[in-house]
Design a protein around this ligand. Structure first.
Ligand code: SF4
Length: 276
């Protein structure tokens, strides 16, 4: 039996950067606005190092508020300033690009469409930067039903799959004579998805490691399921020896918000199970 790791897996550039920024500000008075990444184990570790979490700005009376990689709308910066909080911005530069693209398109008179998940915090932040004027589309069906308009500007959630983006854009091409497409998908997502798909076709079982609340990890698991038995786990404790009965090859991948130490623990526990 063999274990294979996907060519690209785990922490992406934006997450590494956000955690580094949070650690640099770990003084016991700093909090992130919402969990810094969708990984409960990492959030707990940061808490023990002196970076707390608040859900609302009003919950922090003083100190530093750290904006997580998903970003927030412009009003949050204003609100923080009004209540004299220091703002440390760990918004991923790729998310920032999507936010500012939406803002610019609105200023240029485009009806902005965001391709992404309506309830995802990153999409909400891009929506806020569009002055709340964007239309959020999740499916091809929704795109088909969109009314025509003069100028259409398209941006996307950074973690949308390239395939979904293409299919929705195809539906939108008929909707306007002037369309500006800004494919604000980040390469980390594409790389992880392509590497996971490649591996899923070569193994009997895939383990996808990452927060159950992580959109990009859930997407990886959905993609892998098309090719082989796939288990989405958060930690090594969830591994069950029965999963590996009559299995020759095990593939491992992890979402962009999964820490290296958890990937290593899963790898080691798999090894132990296989050696028994
Ligand atoms: S997945 Fe991409 S956009 Fe999202 S935080 Fe990572 S690098 Fe940034």
């Amino acid at each position: 039996m063999e274990i294979f790791l996907a060519e690209y897996l785990g922490f992406c550039y934006g997450v590494k950067r956000a955690i580094k920024i949070a650690r640099e500000n770990a003084d016991g008075k700093s909090c992130t606005l919402g969990p810094i990444i969708h990984n409960p184990q990492m959030v707990d570790r940061l808490k023990s190092e002196g970076v707390g979490v608040v859900e609302n700005l009003a919950d922090l009376k003083e100190g530093t508020i750290i904006i997580r990689s998903h970003g927030v709308g412009p009003q949050v910066y204003e609100e923080a300033e009004n209540i004299n909080l220091k703002v440390v911005d760990a918004t991923c530069p790729f998310v920032k690009k999507a936010q500012l693209s939406a803002k610019k398109l609105v200023e240029e008179g485009y009806q902005v469409v965001i391709i992404g998940e309506k309830n995802h915090p990153e999409v909400k932040s891009i929506f806020e930067w569009s002055d709340k004027k964007a239309i959020i589309l999740e499916t091809e069906e929704e795109a088909k039903q969109l009314s025509s308009c003069q100028k259409l500007g398209i941006v996307s959630q950074t973690t949308v799959s390239g395939e979904r983006f293409r299919k929705i854009v195809e539906q939108l091409l008929e909707k306007s004579s002037e369309i500006k497409i800004l494919r604000t998908i980040c390469t980390a997502t594409d790389q992880r998805q392509a590497a996971a798909l490649e591996l899923a076709q070569k193994v009997d079982v895939m383990l996808v490691i990452g927060g159950k609340n992580s959109a990009n990890t859930t997407r990886l698991a959905q993609l892998c399921k098309k090719y082989c038995t796939t288990y989405h786990i958060e930690t090594a404790e969830e591994l069950t020896p029965e999963w590996f009965n009559e299995v020759e090859k095990i593939g491992i991948t992890a979402g962009a918000s999964t820490p290296d130490w958890i990937i290593l623990e899963v790898q080691e526990k798999c090894q132990t199970i296989l050696e028994k």
